[in-house]
Design a protein around this ligand. Structure first.
Ligand SMILES: Nc1ncnc2c1ncn2[C@@H]1O[C@H](COP(=O)(O)OP(=O)(O)OP(=O)(O)O)[C@@H](O)[C@H]1O
Length: 117
């Protein structure tokens, strides 16, 4: 149990570091909270929304980890480093676009109904 709490502490430190240093992570957290608030207000299904938000935030954390490790391991420029960073950023982009689709499908219809459209 003590080991698990220790690991959870390290993980939370990673999340706090991303919050402090990554503007994109802060934006995604705020947008996620807004989507969550809308889901509760519209009584929409929470699992797809929560999974999508978690996927984007998780990939952003991995992207941050990869960038930090690559910059430390290879401070100079190299096409392979650029390709690795581009792929990691691409993963966040793909997840974000899919999350937008999930949001539109899950929240669109109840929002229109609520607004009487
Ligand atoms: N060492 C490098 N060698 C080659 N290309 C790089 C290198 N570092 C960055 N790049 C290129 O520049 C892009 C931006 O890299 P950078 O590390 O600035 O990330 P970022 O997207 O600005 O993320 P953040 O703002 O979170 O640091 C990368 O996606 C890659 O195409």
């Amino acid at each position: 149990m003590r080991r698990w709490l220790l690991s959870a502490g390290f993980a939370l430190r990673g999340v706090a570091h991303a919050w402090r240093t990554q503007p994109n992570f802060r934006i995604e957290v705020v947008l996620g909270l807004i989507a969550l608030a809308f889901s509760l207000w519209l009584h929409a299904a929470l699992p797809p929304i929560l999974l999508s938000i978690g996927l984007v935030l998780g990939l952003e954390l991995l992207n941050t980890a990869l960038e930090a490790a690559l910059d430390q391991l290879h401070p100079g420029r190299h096409p392979a480093i650029g390709a690795a960073k581009d792929a990691a950023a691409g993963a966040v982009l793909v997840a974000s676009l899919c999350t937008l689709l999930v949001g539109a499908v899950e929240l669109g219809p109840p929002l229109w109904a609520k607004l009487g459209l």
